[in-house]
Design a protein around this ligand. Sequence first.
Ligand code: A2P
Length: 322
Amino acid sequence: MAADIPTFTLNTGHKMPSVGMGCWLGPGGGGDVVEEMCKTALKLGYRHIDTAYGYFNEEKVGKAIRESGVPRSEIFLTTKLPNHHHDYVAESLEESLEKLGVDYVDLYLMHWPQAYSRTDNKPIPYGQSPTFLETWKDMEKLLETGKVRAIGVSNFSVKLLELLLKEASVVPATNQVEVHPCLPSFELKQYCEDKGIVLTAYSPLGRPKEYDGKPVFLTDDDVVRIAKAHDATPGQVALSWGVQRGTVVIPKSENPERIKQNITLIKLSDEDMTALNVIHRKPGMHRSLLRYHSNSQDGTVFGWTYEQMGWNMVKGGIVADK
Ligand code: A2P
């Protein structure tokens, strides 16, 4: 049975479950672990799975869906166009559908605004063809094929969304970005709400194991205090905050107990929400928690500067508070 969680309505009229299983398991793709994880999730009531061409596991996700016994029509499935296919949109979708073994996806996202060259896989400088506007135009055409129910973007800032919306015929249904209590992105969230774009939070738990197993905000005093008061875990607090403020969350877990926990939301009070809304204001907390920031010695993200991305950040992903 589907879990009892809210759904959000996209600008296409389709419903999107507020909690999904995130399928990024590193560059190896995760192999059988992904298949098992998705099967467990579907058994425990998940009806939303988020993968990508670049997660290297579309075959395993598709196999899990087929063998789960849950009808395809009950599952909201997202996949994403990789950077090196920005001038190869229709073909790339076909490759993804083939690997997933499905006739359509519910949501197809441009994974990043940056394009890479298809021949040498190197980043193409900002503004050069294929631009994200050109790629978006090709994605719009996919809607007529019935092979995608909705299209959207990922890793887009307000600046890039503004540029996109000036030219777009179709408003993206969602924008999927890193969002959690250390990076609540209030301005982007408001902008998306104003434009009818659902904001999806990836890494809503802050990818805790990347910090040598030391979670950053899951051990925060306020998060722990609120968790105790609700007889819940810090992870449930972070995810419930995400859904209650109107964002979709897609936590990854391969552990059955945590898979279950992550789709068991709690009702937070106004006071709880207020406390969680300001965690990023504590010293050193306002930042991205993902490695692609700390790996970047020159302050670029996949070939573009933070300024080109429209991200108000400095080296290491620290947010440059105004
Ligand atoms: P595991 O798969 O062993 O559960 P994010 O989705 O923010 O990128 O975080 C994913 C990471 O968080 C994974 O390492 C996952 O480990 C861990 N994780 C998933 N659910 C929880 C939870 N409820 N509490 C703490 N850590 C979690």
